[in-house]
Structures are given as C-alpha cells and as structure tokens.
Design a protein around this ligand. Structure first.
Ligand code: DX5
Ligand code: ZN
Length: 216
C-alpha cells in the first residue's frame, strides 16, 4: 500500500500557517493533518474552521482534519465549507453512521478515530459504515510531543486483519502520536499506511529529508 505522510501543523509556528503548508507541499507531504481541539473533549483549544479556511488557498494538499471536539455534528458544515478534504470524528463523541452520512452529504471524506483506551473493536462498525479512513490514536489526544504507546501496534494489526476479512483490505489506516523515524517501521509493518507526525517533522532540520525517511 502507498505510505502517506501527514505532518501535524499542531507542532508548527501558528503565526505562519500559510507558509508552513506551502513548505510541507514542497517537502513531499501527502496530507496536512489539522488537529482541532475544543477545550472540552480534550483540555487544550487549538483552532477551528476559520483557520482551516485561511490555510486552504495556500496548498493543494488534502486537509486532513482531526476533530477532537464534543458534538462534532455541530461543526461538520463549517469545516466542509472551509475546505476540509477529510473529517475524522471520535467514536467516543458521536453516532458514527449518522456523522458519516452528514459528512458525505458535503462531498467530504469521512473517517473515525479511537482513543488509546478505547478497544479496537469499537472501530469495526466504522469500517462497516464505509469509512474512508480509520485513525488509531497512539498517544492520549490533546498534546503533541508525547511518547508512542506500544500497545497500539497490536491494535493496528487487529484492525488491518478485520479490514482484510471484511472486504476493506485497502482501507487507509492512520496512526497519530509519537511516531518517529525510530518506530515508524513497526507502525507500517503492523499494517498502518497513513502516518501523522508532528514533532518528528517540525523539530527536524530538514523537513523534506525527514518526510522521505518516515516513508521508509
Ligand atoms: C494529539 C494530536 C496529534 C499530535 C501528534 O492530540 O492528535 O496529531 O499533534 O504530534 P506528535 O507527532 O508530536 O506526537
Ligand atoms: Zn491528530
């Protein structure tokens, strides 16, 4: 499967988001991962649809929006109109089939995500509901720069096997949190193919080289 790298702009300088997404595109990123936090589902607040709209004209890369928010249904329209290409909602916050229907009605890709303490089986109904991608959190949502939770590897394997046996073997499986050049091979070997990387990309001296190495 094609490995896609999705740098998280959470780790970048918020005073120059436009320049940053242009640089990511030149550096070979496949997606721009946008971490939306509401101060409720997770303690911090980051940014919302208005910021997504602001960066939209600066890149042709898909904007992969990870909604760490309570009541995501009240925000779907705003993010769709802001130019999001994918909206990922937490299974802990909503009724996935209903949200998928709503997201798809705007012509946007629909994805589901589970927290580290949520059983991987909770992601199965989202696969069956026609998800375009499933995201597995490999850190507790809310902050960049945390350590990868190793138990995630088993969850990736279980989910990839479920996909294979349920006619969705090629489904994009994304992993988010603590992914580095040291552990990315294990993450890919377990069956993930979309790699979110915040600190690993933005703390490196050469983003293009880091993105290339993360791809393996
Ligand atoms: C955490 C976010 C992640 C985070 C990843 O809540 O969803 O996307 O930015 O950052 P790193 O790669 O630094 O763990
Ligand atoms: Zn994220």
């Amino acid at each position: 499967m094609k490995i896609k790298i999705a740098p998280s702009i959470l780790a970048s300088d918020f005073s120059k988001l436009g320049e940053t997404v242009k640089l990511l595109e030149r550096s070979g990123a496949d997606l721009v991962h946008c971490d939306v936090m509401d101060g409720n589902f997770v303690p911090p607040i980051t940014f919302g649809a208005q910021a997504v709209k602001a960066i939209r004209p600066h890149t042709a890369l898909p904007l992969d929006c990870h909604l760490m928010v309570l009541h995501p249904e009240t925000h779907i329209e705003d993010f769709a109109k802001a130019g999001a290409d994918n909206l990922t909602v937490h299974v802990e916050t909503c009724d996935i089939p209903a949200l998928f229907k709503m997201i798809a009605s705007y012509g946007v890709k629909k994805s589901a995500v589970i927290n580290p303490e949520t059983a991987v089986e909770k992601a199965f109904p989202a696969v069956e509901a026609g998800a375009d991608m499933i995201l597995l959190m490999s850190v507790h949502p809310g902050w960049g720069g945390q350590k990868f939770i190793p138990e995630t590897l088993k969850k990736i394997e279980t989910l990839r096997n479920f996909c294979i046996t349920h006619g969705a073997g090629e489904l994009d499986l994304e992993v988010d949190g603590g992914v580095t050049e040291e552990n990315v091979h294990d993450v890919i070997a377990a069956g993930a193919n979309v790699i979110v990387a915040g600190s690993a990309v933005f703390r490196s001296a050469d983003m293009a080289a880091t993105i290339a190495r993360l791809r393996g």
